[in-house]
Design a protein around this ligand. Sequence first.
Ligand SMILES: [Cu+2]
Length: 585
Amino acid sequence: MNVYCRTVLRVLLASTLTGLLPDTAAAQTTHRIQLVAKPGTVQIAPGRTVQNAWLYSGQLPGPAIRVTEGDRVRITLTNQLPEATTIHWHGLPVPLHVDGVPGVSQGPIGIGQDYTYEFTADRPGTYWYHPHYDLQIDRGLVAPLIVYPKDKTADPKYDREFLVVLDDWLPGAPVAGRDPVYSDYLINGKTSLGQAPMVVRKGEVVRLRFLNMSGATNYVVTVDGHPMRVTHADGQPVVPVTTRAIPIGAGERYDVYVTANNPGKWSIAAAALRNRTRTLVRAILAYASATGPNPSPSYVPTWLRSAALLSYSQLASAKPIGPISGNPDRVHNLALQWQGMMRYVWTINGQVFPNAAPLDVRKGESVRFNASNFTMVHHPMHLHGHFFKVLGSGGGTTAPLVKDTVLVPPGRMMTPGRLDTEFVADNPGNWAYHCHMIYHMGAGMMRLVRYVGTDADRDLLEDGVDFAPSRGYPVGWTDPGAGGYRPGSTVRIELQWPAGETAAWYVGPPLPAPASLGALGEVWINPWAFLGSTRAGRNSRASLALGLPNDSSLSGLKVGLQAVGSHRSLAPGHRLSTLVMLTVR
Ligand SMILES: [Cu+2]
């Protein structure tokens, strides 16, 4: 037994030392944020109260999280909804295990459970957060996440800023399998009738952050009487461009600066991208000195109706993440299609997620996504975990526009709409790529981007089949300051994993063949030591005791504790695995 242990433990030692250390954070500000997702009541206009909205901490939109580049953010979500949920941090590159896609990067957070997300906000910009579960975005669970640059001079100077959160509102619960019919359109949680003016003074430079958190609406926005200087797209700086009308797809964000040099009360207006003749919702830009009535909610500014639309072809990155490769390592041609007529089905290359092949990539590759839109509507396609470089942008091949969500234009006559993007496969794992019109996503328009040939967390599972490739799963750790444990001593291992699920724990390497664990799936059982199994409580956390064998021949070894399993909540073919290392003195 000892000989066997030594041999296999040395194998583990050689293959598993990296990727398991706790994140180090020196002199870092940590924000501890409590969120509750829960049904509630919200007033969207004077005299218009909505019952049974689903809200983050009782607010619509949810609480804006505002942090500074480099800050640590620790958010505990308590789920008091009548169904499971998750949170995705849209646009902010976070580690895979906090990306919030159920069955891909985490298990669903069950009813009554808590879950803690923790990441470093290391990229300034305008982002947002929302569930990645069913159609919950359209019940009200949306909120801004703003990361300010550490260097206060990184962005052009402004005197005042406002968020302009666009949202579409259903009269009842969302229904899958058809286009939604909205009763209202909101800015910052209110219809046009509920808007509090955004008050500015003459001479000020005003920064507006437009965020489209809608479930299914792509808009055009304008600020009447004030040309907009676009400074950021999806939070990433661009070479400033002046425009009067911006198309903004579901999930997209634009930061613009306007100079307050035209006193009065003005409409910040949004129309549907496919019908610019009607104002769906408007906010009010009001000079402190202005008197007179607010612009009418039904007023349609000329620019909203007919100004030239901002185009990606005008936008160059002011902080490029690399050139467009003349010769990408891998090309995925993606046909966006409607297979409707009889059924509400939206596909990529005819396949309906989750019954769809992953889009394979290898670490280090430059990957081209050539999207062809064979439908009559725009699709805002969003990639998790990476930034796109947009082909055909104003930055050409040297400073291409950087985005995380791109509007792929509709086809015309027999010609599909086309938008090509490229990214560097530098973030191993399994990541979602999908249309951000959530009814399209729910009806099939989604794929997994799967890294093959790598094992980022060195847990002996290739990333392509690993549930949490960048960091073992469930997340497990021991006291890193202990300096090792003596044979015969007891080690406390802290764990976090999907609430309500059972986890089984074994010490040592995996066996070649899995054993069945019934409802849990299958597990690779090691003969050396069965540690036990436990069920996560309300906090999705547990503290397990591992009794090390009282065997001095273990001294000097690194011991790997590994759990490997599959589960019904995971994407087909994916496995849970984690590996916790500790030193035996
Ligand atoms: Cu779509």
